[in-house]
Design a protein around this ligand. Structure first.
Ligand SMILES: O=C(O)CCC(=O)C(=O)O
Ligand SMILES: [Fe+2]
Length: 322
């Protein structure tokens, strides 16, 4: 599709201004949907300016409070347990020595956020942290929903937004992540290269480090702008689109003697939700590039070896190099 918006795909992730609220269906909305679609197909990643809803001060407040969170004693952080790997507390390991992470499932519910805060600060909780996290979480989920709606709308397939999001077939998970400050000038891997397994991801970080692999196999730095959010298309959306949207492999390269903090919201399918190609993406040849699967089964497969290169292709790929 022709577009009057030129991206420099090899050096820069596109950034869209969502501060102007377009009415759904308006010309402005439709144009934005096409740009988001182009970025999703070419890049699998884009940034958005969303300061009308989350001003810079709110990001700065959140980064400050994340330091408070990770300063909590280790025995308390470990109390954040979840049977799903990666959704509880993850401490530093020999393979990943710089990263610590906390997960909150069903993060759209204020009582989940409050329970988490009470666990970390057993003596009276931390109302100020709780309020900041709750507000940021709700806004990130709202933003994910807008982006998802734009992707679906751009293909004229709004009905999938209804069946997924409005019919409660998704789960919201938030991860709070800390990367240690480097002790030497030598850059180090903070998070190994991966794609996100869910539907769509929204994140923000206080300093540089996030990189994506371009279609030409070059690592591109995602510009750190404290006031913007970065969006990633997840594996489930690639399946839905029969391979039409792109998945950006991404990693975090630590280069600074500064602590790095990220807050990340994932929209994922329900555990037993079936991920499958939408019939609208099947050509006359009938080719399904992926077999249908239960989201949970894929997660189990992935967690058995999180360092594998293309888990989606190995697990559900039907055609080579999909
Ligand atoms: O910390 C970041 O910038 C990236 C985090 C990430 O990719 C993830 O949590 O899936
Ligand atoms: Fe990720």
């Amino acid at each position: 599709m022709a577009s009057d918006y030129d991206f420099d795909y090899e050096t820069k992730v596109p950034c869209f201004d969502l501060t102007e609220c377009f009415e759904e269906g308006s010309q402005g909305w439709k144009k934005l949907c096409q740009q988001v679609r182009q970025a999703s197909e070419e890049y699998g990643c884009f940034q958005v300016l969303y300061t009308n809803s989350v001003p810079l001060e709110q990001h700065e407040d959140m980064f400050m409070k994340m330091k408070e969170l990770f300063d909590v004693p280790l025995e308390l952080k470990r109390k954040n347990k979840n049977p799903k790997p990666y959704d509880g507390y993850i401490g530093r390991t020999p393979k990943n020595p710089y990263i610590e992470s906390m997960g909150i499932e069903h993060a759209e519910k204020s009582d989940q956020v409050r329970d988490f805060t009470n666990l970390m600060w057993p003596a009276g909780g931390n109302p100020s942290f709780c309020e900041s996290l709750d507000s940021m979480t709700k806004k990130m989920i709202e933003l994910e929903h807008i982006c998802l709606k734009m992707v679906f709308d751009s293909y004229g397939l709004e009905k999938y937004y209804e069946s997924l999001v409005e019919k409660d077939n998704t789960i919201n998970v938030v991860h709070l992540v800390k990367y240690d400050s480097l002790a030497t000038d030598e850059p180090a891997i903070g998070a190994t290269a991966h794609t996100d397994k869910g539907i769509i991801t929204v994140l923000n970080s206080n300093i540089q480090g996030l990189e994506i692999l371009s279609k030409k196999n070059k690592w591109i730095l995602v510009e750190p702008r404290k006031e913007t959010f970065t969006i990633f298309i997840g594996d489930s959306l690639k399946v839905w689109s029969n391979g039409r949207v792109h998945l950006a492999r991404h990693r975090v390269m630590l280069k600074e003697k500064n602590e790095r903090y990220s807050y990340v919201a994932f929209v994922i399918p329900k555990d037993d939700g079936v991920v499958e190609v939408a019939k609208e993406f099947i050509d006359e040849d009938g080719l399904h590039r992926y077999r249908p699967y239960k989201f949970n089964d894929f997660l189990r497969f992935y967690y058995a070896d999180v360092y594998q290169d293309d888990a989606l292709q190995s697990f559900a790929g039907v055609v080579d190099n999909a």
